[in-house]
Design a binder for this molecule. Sequence first.
Ligand code: MN
Length: 511
Amino acid sequence: MVDKLLGYEDAIKKYDPTFGIEVHVELATKTKMFCSAHNPAYDNNLDNLANPNTMTTPVSLGLPGSLPVLNKQAVEYAIKIGLALNCTIAKKSVFSRKNYFYPDLTKNFQTSQYDEPTCIDGYIDVELEDGEIFRVEIERAHIEEDAGKNNHVGGDTGRIHGAQYSLVDYNRAGVPLVEIVTRPVKGAGKRAPEVAAAYVRTLRDIFKAIGVSKAQMERGNVRADVNLSLSSAESDKLGTRTETKNVNSFASIEAATKYEIRRQAAILDDGGKIIQETRHWHEDTSSTSSGREKSDAEDYRYFPEPDLVPLIIDDEWVNRVKATLPELPHIKRSRLKKEYQFSDLEMRDVINAQAVDVIEATVKERALPQSARKWWMSESLMQSKDIFNGSESNDIIYVSPKQIAQLDNLIQEKVINDKIARQVLEAMLNGECEGDPQKIVEQKGLKVVNDDSVLINAIEEGFKKMPKAKDDIKAGNMGAAGPIIGMVMKATQGQADGAKVRELIIEIANK
Ligand code: MN
């Protein structure tokens, strides 16, 4: 069934969107939340190689009689997340059983936190692409465990419909999670979809910066559920919400939010009612479809987990964790902007291109900030930048910040000029000389011609061919130097230092 959609502008004029986002982040601890099984989210590459059901113990398989033991490192990561999100860390938090049956969770309940979560009442400031700041309030961040994965085999879509059979892989069962829940976000109006995506991006950057997760969206390390409701522009009564589950890229979060606004607006316009339900996001068609009717909390029959004592976190522990927190991304950005003397626009472009960290690493290797910026913002280094940011490489030759700094140093030391540097970079991207710019320059004989006698000869040859140029330059018409510079560049295969050639031309013309 194809949903009826209202145009976005119309929908926004008539209705005010309120959204809330739940983000699940997989923690990169060595072992799982409640047992010593390997955690596939510790190293995404290992996860690639692991056979199904090899990262399990009786606890993560939910076998009778097995007992959970809380992972201390996971608690520390949760505290780190809470502090980074300006939350209060509860002195006492309690684990609960959230009861439901799914084949990928053999215990028949998820161990989670309910009425006493570890982190409460936080906020983060989210910067939109044009620099506008929007504050998102966080209600809670609680500790829980992931479920396994169902693999539906034999259909076209990988979904259960049309599948011939299903296989269950319990490697992910028991992976440590922190779930972060916002308060309802109001007042974003037309920009609600943007704010939703920027919020999750900000969280992702924080997870990465504080080292609690590999934070790769495409690997499901960070997953978002988007709740959305509309109220009519005149009333401030909240409408019925839908929850779109597992929207796993920034672009999809924006698109799914927009889609739900348009879909719900069309229903309300026709005098219909929104059904409280979960919805699936379809990447291929950029649309949502109905899932199950949403359970209310009471359907889960939460009750305290009798196999785990309450979690007590004292101030000393919180302070110890606080001392390990690195500089947070938004603070680092404003510091670097000042240090590097980037303009507002330059910095915004760098942020939007996810190039802050790679530029910082390159400057640390002694490149000039402005050149590091220019190199990493260029098209040719896009894939290397993505690999630096944690994307998997597909046989792409990776050029590192150190190599770019070396390339920049060769320019600073006038061993090569800008034009030749681009040639050297091309060779680096082809993997020549293991990407060592110095070696490439030597092997290809690309050094700038610094031998004055070679340059003087070439200039004099030029003046022989264009004697008038000499008089023009003498008379102060520097435009006449252009063709001579061109001839010198030609004679040196482009390897002359332009500024130096200019100097020598004036000198010789005035002799
Ligand atoms: Mn959850």
